[in-house]
Design a protein around this ligand. Structure first.
Ligand code: SF4
Ligand code: SF4
Length: 188
């Protein structure tokens, strides 16, 4: 066959030596590489028990904030979903009913709110687009590993921050000590 370039090198097929046929040099070479790596600094860590420090530009996992009275701030306006370049956010809006003023801050609220963490690129545009200071990304948290794809769809059960002032997210609008005390009294 005619070669396409003149860089082809014809190799001679030499018969194998006795040692090569016994695979001994290859086995010892392989063992020496294994031993060398055994004493080298490990390149891997035991994730998720151990984690590496986050990059300073890492934006983190979303949280839907509550206000000083423990009500959900999100009004389901959809601006975060429109701003999202990955189309990762979906929501269903509902109207607040009589007697639900202590649950939702605005007359309209998100009946369901979902973020697909497999689509999300953690750009933070949803946070910037929100007019109600309702969604923030927490730089100290990330979506933990899961086995099923469905488990990366985060609903309100995992996104809305706890009511208790002591377990709230450190991101976004924070309660003053007086507001936190008032809320603790309400919850008691
Ligand atoms: S961080 Fe970016 S990609 Fe992720 S949900 Fe928000 S806007 Fe969409
Ligand atoms: S998180 Fe903010 S931008 Fe998104 S729907 Fe709720 S209020 Fe609107």
């Amino acid at each position: 066959m005619q070669s396409l370039s003149n860089r082809a090198k014809i190799l001679e097929k030499k018969p194998m030596t006795l040692a090569e046929r016994a695979y001994l040099p290859a086995i010892f070479q392989g063992l020496s590489i294994t031993l060398r790596h055994f004493f080298m600094k490990k390149a891997t860590i035991r994730y998720p028990e151990q984690t590496r420090p986050f990059s300073p530009v890492f934006r983190g996992l979303h949280v839907l904030k509550r206000d000083e009275q423990g009500r959900e701030r999100c009004t389901a306006c959809g601006l975060c979903a429109v701003a999202c370049p990955a189309e990762a956010i979906t929501m269903v809006a509902g109207e607040r009913k009589k007697g639900e003023q202590n649950l939702y801050r605005e007359e309209k609220y998100a009946v369901s709110y979902e973020i697909n963490m497999l689509r999300c690129i953690f750009c933070g545009l949803c946070e910037e687009a929100c007019p109600k200071a309702a969604i923030y990304l927490q730089a100290d948290k990330m979506a933990p590993p899961r086995f099923e794809r469905d488990e990366f769809i985060y609903g309100k059960d995992r996104l809305v921050e706890p009511v208790s002032p002591d377990t709230r997210s450190k991101r976004g609008i924070q309660l003053t000590p007086e507001q936190a005390d008032k809320l603790r009294t309400q919850l008691a």
